[in-house]
Design a binder for this molecule. Sequence first.
Ligand code: DQQ
Length: 573
Amino acid sequence: MATSNYLAISLFLASLFLITNHGIEASHVVYPEFQSLAAVTVKQTHRTGFHFQPPKHWINDPNGPMYYNGIYHFFYQYNPKGAVWGNIVWAHSVSRDMINWQALEPAIYPSKPFDIKGCWSGSVTILPGNKPIILYTGIDSEERQLQDYAVPKNLSDPYLREWVKPDNNPLVFPHGVNASAFRDPTTAWWEDDGHWRMLVGSRRKQRGIAYLYRSKDFMKWTKAKHPIHSKEKTGMWECPDFFPVSLSGTNGLDTSYRGPNLKYVFKISLDMTRYDYYTVGSYFRDKDRYVPDNTSVDGWDGLRYDYGNFYASKTFFDAGKNRRILWGWANESDSKDDDVDKGWAGVQAIPRSLWLDPSGKQVLQWPIQELETLRGKNAEISNKVLQSGENVEVGQGITAAQADVEVTFSFPSLDKAEPFDPSWVNAEKLCGQKGSTVKGGVGPFGLLTLASEKLEEYTPVFFRIFKAPNKHVVLMCSDATSSSLKTTGLYKPSFAGFVDVDLADKKLSLRSLIDHSVVESFGAGGKTCITSRVYPTLAVFSNAHLFAFNNGTETVTIDKLNAWSMNKPQMNE
Ligand code: DQQ
């Protein structure tokens, strides 16, 4: 579909959505009759083994992740009363490795005039003197979105269990902005003009905006004359994120870091498309403006952290291990009725280390190394040739429904790559047309995850290589079309992205984290990531299988494959 048509339809749907969403301008659908319907039972079939989940009910955005005195804190939007969005509080969990989690009491919940109708998303900043402070969006009785703050009641409690919301809240009123589109404050950063800065997501008509606020003391905030960045026709910018990345190496940088050899990443969650887009660019301090590089497309034709189900993400600087960590929400792809029936909805993707690719044009993402502590039984394959049309089981002896798989494929030549039609700009559409069973030249080849023995169900994650006039184009797909025999109520997209990778060594690598209803994949060392949510009916528990396949005419070799059963961590029980 031409971009302009797509845009027109999206704008129309967005306005329709506002009308039908009980008057509340939030990106979540509101079902008043289900909001406080507690789960009677929690259905286990599609619950995850090692992804972050509470024991029941609805979750959405990651909030205020931080590392503080040796402990990771994770907050998230949570409905304590039901399996659909509503009654939102900041649930709170703590961990020493971001893999095993202990649930605490909610840190923030509606209780004051400045947040009585909701405690929405926000971030943590660690102030001088090692003092964490939460900035979050509170909804007042008139449904206005305000920026509030909360601080730990007792800094000597290692878990920071209790948070207080001082009486000088709110910190920021929606003056001169759209009060129903003004939310999700970022982590603040310090500039040596003696001012803190933070961003708040917004829109003016359909122009997406990140407003910039400055403060000397973190309490009195003034809106800058210009937003730090904005873009026409992109709609509401939710959950902005803005941080420096190093031009040399994989280390992360504190959000307030200043120095040479860095670039900035600017991320927005586009309410209209429900994907997280980012650009790489420069922060011009004299003007307080962010400008994307000319290699970074701004808006919804641009790069995404993840080409699948991954939204409202947020990074933080982990000073314990000098890395920047990305958290993102992977919503369900089943129906509201399914969620009510399951008694739960939403997971968090595995936290990912994030750094700048040496090209400087995109970021790379990789599951945090701590995840590997869950690896158990292993299946290993080397130098296995996959002839055209071949499927081989590669997960023998492991729990293929709960696994971590790393594989490198190689191919003898690219001569057989199919020609690339330059009109194929939409990867998802291309993947829908050229699925895993559509014969190609070099590819499709990859994994069949969550597969039933006779392939009535499977979620293929695969590559297909095309030849354009001066380069090769690599398509990566995670295709839910055949993921479930259930025919109603499921969204089964052919998620896909292009992979900007050098094929000189004629190799492509893939890692997939398979977790009952999650397939979270990292192509070419984390250049392109795709998360699918799927609901198999046969390929469940010990009946799930893992295959590798090649449906290209060119032979493909599994240079090396390692698949591990994944153990269950302690998860908020
Ligand atoms: N979710 C929050 C909002 C945010 C949206 C409400 C993004 O603060 O804009 O639960 O998913």
